[in-house]
Design a protein. Structure first.
Length: 272
C-alpha cells in the first residue's frame, strides 16, 4: 500500500510538473488592476486612457459612495493615501471630493487630477469600446441599484463585470439585472461552491491559494466557471507561473508586462 501511494504521488507530481511547464492553449484576459499603467495614478481617467491604449481586456476599478450618494472611483475607504485630503470617502460630498488632488501622489505631472465618478468613467470607457470590472467594496452606503442603472444607461451591461464580495451581493445584483456578469471575490476557498450556486460567472482565486493547492483551478473549471486571479506587482516570471497553473484572467498592476508575455506565448504557439 505504501509503495502504491508513493508511485501515485510521484506520477501526480510528474504530471503536474509537465502541466506547469506547458503553456495552456487558452486566451488570458488581461485586467488592469485599479486601472493601473506604470507611472499613472491609480483609479484616474489618465490611467484608464492609457490602459485602453495598451489594449487590456478589462479595466478594474473600485467603487465607493460620496456623502450625497454619488458612486466615485477610489480604492481605500479614506482619501488619505491617494489625494491631498484626509478623511473617509463617505464624509465628502461630490463637490468637496472634486477639489482633491488625486494625481500628485503618483507624479507631479498629474497634479490636479480628480477622483472620477462612475458616470465619467463609463462615458470614457464605453465610448472607447472598453470593458470594466467594478469592484464593489463592502459598505452599507454604496447604492448597488444606482450602479446598475448607470451601467444600463450607458448600454454597457455586456461590457461590465461586477465584483461581488458576499453571496447576498451576488443575489442582489442578479435581482437588479439578471444579464449582468458577476465575479465572485470569494473570502475563502470553502466559499467557492456557495458562490457558484448563487450564479456567479467568474471566480477570483488568490495566487497563494493556487500555489498551495494547484488542483483548485481545475476544480473551479469543473464547476463550469473560469478563474481570475489578482497578481498585483508580480513580474514576468510570476505571471508566467499563474498562466501555467491554468488561470483564465489576471488582474495586474503591470499590464504592459503581461501583454508582452502573452504576445511571446502566441508567437511560440505559432512557431510550434
Amino acid at each position: 500500500m505504501v509503495s502504491f501511494i508513493v508511485v501515485l504521488f510521484f506520477t501526480s507530481l510528474v504530471a503536474g510538473t509537465k502541466a506547469r511547464d506547458a503553456w495552456p492553449d487558452r486566451d488570458i484576459v488581461v485586467v488592469a488592476h485599479r486601472g493601473l499603467a506604470p507611472g499613472y495614478p491609480e483609479n484616474t481617467l489618465p490611467a484608464f486612457r492609457r490602459a485602453l491604449e495598451l489594449g487590456v481586456g478589462f479595466i478594474e476599478l473600485d467603487l465607493r459612495m460620496t456623502k450625497d450618494g454619488i458612486p466615485v472611483v477610489i480604492h481605500d475607504d479614506t482619501v488619505d493615501r491617494t489625494t491631498d485630503g484626509q478623511g473617509e470617502v463617505g464624509t465628502f460630498t461630490l463637490a468637496e471630493i472634486k477639489k482633491l488632488d488625486a494625481g500628485s501622489f503618483a507624479s507631479p505631472g498629474f497634479a490636479g487630477e480628480r477622483i472620477p465618478t462612475l458616470k465619467k468613467t463609463l462615458e470614457l470607457v464605453s465610448s472607447a469600446g472598453g470593458k470594466l470590472l467594478l469592484d464593489i467594496k463592502s459598505s452599507t452606503d454604496l447604492d448597488c441599484e444606482k450602479v446598475v442603472r448607470l451601467v444600463e444607461h450607458y448600454s454597457a451591461v455586456k461590457d461590465v463585470v461586477v465584483g461581488a464580495r458576499t453571496v447576498e451581493d451576488v443575489k442582489l445584483f442578479r435581482s437588479l439585472n439578471p444579464d449582468i456578469r458577476i465575479l465572485g471575490f470569494i473570502p475563502g476557498t470553502r466559499d467557492i461552491k456557495q458562490f457558484v450556486a448563487a450564479d456567479v460567472d467568474i471566480i477570483r482565486l488568490w495566487p497563494r491559494w493556487i500555489r498551495l493547492y494547484p488542483p483548485l483551478v481545475e476544480q473551479v473549471h469543473e464547476l463550469g466557471k473560469p478563474v481570475w486571479t489578482t497578481a498585483g506587482l508580480a513580474g514576468r516570471e510570476g505571471l508566467a507561473e499563474l498562466i501555467k497553473l491554468g488561470v483564465n484572467g489576471i488582474l495586474t498592476d503591470l499590464p504592459e508586462v503581461l501583454l508582452a508575455l502573452l504576445a511571446d506565448i502566441r508567437a511560440e504557439h505559432t512557431n510550434q
